[in-house]
Design a binder for this molecule. Structure first.
Ligand SMILES: Nc1ncnc2c1ncn2[C@@H]1O[C@H](COP(=O)(O)OP(=O)(O)OP(=O)(O)O)[C@@H](O)[C@H]1O
Ligand SMILES: [Mg+2]
Length: 534
């Protein structure tokens, strides 16, 4: 059979633009919606992330109600309601009905959302699997009307379609947003469930009250602290984190009137003098208008910027959870006997400030025979999938657990242990659009590893103390067992009263044990092995 041969002209007729919504309609797995159980969790995650971001940006202590109702074997209704600042009526359609539309992508600021895809992707999935629009109700202030809108996405254009738009007359918060979607989704319990997502969200966001209803059952996570975290400031990009293509785009879009003004105005850590020095090295007149800069000049400026000795970016753009808060959270959640935490100093990857913190919990209600649980967080958002490709898991596996008295299987620690790792950054380098795992940049992995080693060292000291106390107990028990016989023999030899000797020995025994724990092997003296000296 003769195959059909096409000319360039015929092919040209078939070529057309693809809207981003159509692309993700066909590739919903790229956004994480690849099975009904996971889809439910991701939809909740996107809505809860947005609610927490909005509350924090507006300086409001969040109170968020999450509801899941299974409608049939593989269909569920999900809703999330917050007490945030609300969304102005004109913006609602685009926020929910247009992919790659949001307020965070261009900001260099620590936040849960960053791409402008999250909640519109959940809507796309809901529409694809049920054909139903999303219901949004929002009010921006007391006294103002609440609006109800039903929204779909016109995928061929990636534009919103408003099905219903009217005042909402029912009871509603003074300010806040309610979002409801129906979707192909399965509710299951387990490590990667919505339950687990909410539980871990409460651990990393102890200033939020979360009320979670699932099929009529209600669980409330009350606040552990009553203050919002320190505000994360917005910063300008650091030149050493900006790639050539982005640099070119920034020159095209700048409001700076000269190239020197652009450098010192649009970047952090480039003052007027540094700008002049760099332009001198690149042999470019500092007064040149940005739109007159040639490609060659652009590249020379960029190269000199990359080589320049610049200060690291400012770090007030980061807002870590805090070691003490994490310890409190973990103790409340898991009821562990021991916790240790560290918040590392901020560092930089690709010009992006980031900070790592780790908290370890041990013992208590944790299963001594199980594997350790690793809780991964990026900007306070729990990451439940793609663990094996995540910088956090890799850093855990890279630690010689044995040298910290922790058993392991294939370098995955075992025992009654929970390890919480949080990475805070103005931009989390996710491995994909579905934001499930952190790309293992060397700088990031190194920081995680150092933080973990620090906590593991404290755990080792605790375990050594526990071991010593156990041995003491055994020794004491043995002596106590034979004490009557010893007292009796001594009495026969010395002629003193048996009871007197016994009293004396008991006093000695209790004193000896106390002395030993005060003066014996001090916890700080325990020598570390190879791992820690590396
Ligand atoms: N509950 C809410 N309250 C106030 N504003 C909201 C709420 N939900 C969404 N928004 C606004 O809608 C925008 C789009 O949300 P969306 O989840 O699609 O993207 P994003 O949060 O910016 O980034 P990401 O794709 O990483 O989630 C947000 O940037 C925010 O400005
Ligand atoms: Mg979002």
């Amino acid at each position: 059979m003769k195959s059909e041969v096409k000319t360039a002209e015929q092919l040209a007729k078939e070529q057309r633009e693809i809207s981003v919504a159509e692309f993700f309609e066909k590739n919903r797995h790229l956004l994480g919606f690849d099975n009904p159980m996971k889809a439910l969790m991701i939809a909740v995650k996107e809505m809860v992330d947005n609610s927490l971001d909005a509350c924090q940006e507006a300086g409001i202590l969040p109170e968020i109600t999450i509801k899941i109702r299974e409608l049939s074997e593989d269909r569920a209704r999900v809703s999330v309601e917050d007490n945030g600042p609300g969304i102005v009526k004109e913006q609602i359609p685009r926020v929910f009905g247009k992919l790659l539309y949001g307020s965070k992508f261009y900001k260099m600021r620590q936040g849960r959302g960053q791409q402008g895809i999250g909640v519109s992707a959940a809507l796309l999935y809901s529409q694809l699997t049920t054909g139903k629009p999303a219901i949004v109700i929002s009010r921006t202030a007391k006294g103002k009307p609440a609006h109800e809108m039903h929204i779909r996405i016109d995928t061929s254009k990636n534009e919103p379609e408003v099905i219903k738009d009217e005042k909402f007359e029912g009871n509603f918060n003074d300010h806040g947003t309610y979002v409801e979607m129906e979707m192909e989704g399965k509710y299951r319990k387990g490590d990667r469930s919505v339950d687990e997502f909410i539980r871990q969200t409460a651990i990393a966001n102890p200033f939020a009250k979360l009320v979670y209803h699932v099929n009529g059952e209600k669980v409330t996570y009350s606040r552990i602290i009553e203050q919002l975290p320190k505000e994360a400031k917005q910063i300008k990009p650091h030149p050493q984190g900006v790639e050539m293509g982005v640099f070119e785009k920034m020159i095209k879009m700048t409001k700076g009137r000269t190239i020197a003004g652009f450098l010192s105005g649009d970047f952090t850590r480039v003052g007027p003098n540094t700008a002049k020095d760099i332009l001198k090295l690149a042999k470019v007149n500092p007064n040149t208008k940005p739109d007159k800069i040639t490609r060659e000049e652009m590249e020379k400026i960029w190269r000199n910027l990359q080589k320049a000795k610049l200060m690291k970016p400012p770090m007030d753009c980061l807002s870590p959870i805090g070691g003490d808060v994490l310890e409190k959270s973990l103790k409340k959640d898991v009821g562990v006997d021991f916790t240790a935490a560290i918040t590392r100093s901020p560092d930089v990857y690709r010009g992006m400030p980031f900070q790592v913190e780790v908290c370890i919990g041990y013992g208590g209600k944790l299963d001594p025979a199980g594997s350790a649980q690793i809780m991964r967080f990026a900007n306070r958002v729990p990451l439940l999938y793609q663990g094996s490709s995540c910088a956090i898991t890799k850093a855990v596996q890279d630690i010689a657990w044995k040298s910290y008295h922790i058993e392991h299987q294939n370098n995955n620690p075992t025992g009654p242990l929970v390890i919480v790792v949080h990475m805070a950054s103005v931009w989390i380098p996710y491995t994909s659009e579905s934001k499930e795992a952190i790309d293992p940049y060397d700088e990031i992995e190194k920081e995680i590893k150092l933080a973990k080693q620090d906590c593991a060292r404290k755990l080792k000291t605790y375990l050594a103390g526990q071991h010593r106390r156990m041995l003491e107990g055994k020794r004491k028990g043995l002596f106590e067992k034979y004490l009557p016989e010893i007292a009796n023999n001594l009495s026969l030899l010395s002629g003193e009263k048996d009871a007197e000797i016994r009293k004396h020995l008991e006093k000695l025994l209790s004193k000896g044990v106390v002395d030993e724990s005060e003066n014996g092997e001090s916890e700080g003296e325990i020598k570390s092995t190879g791992e820690e000296s590396s």
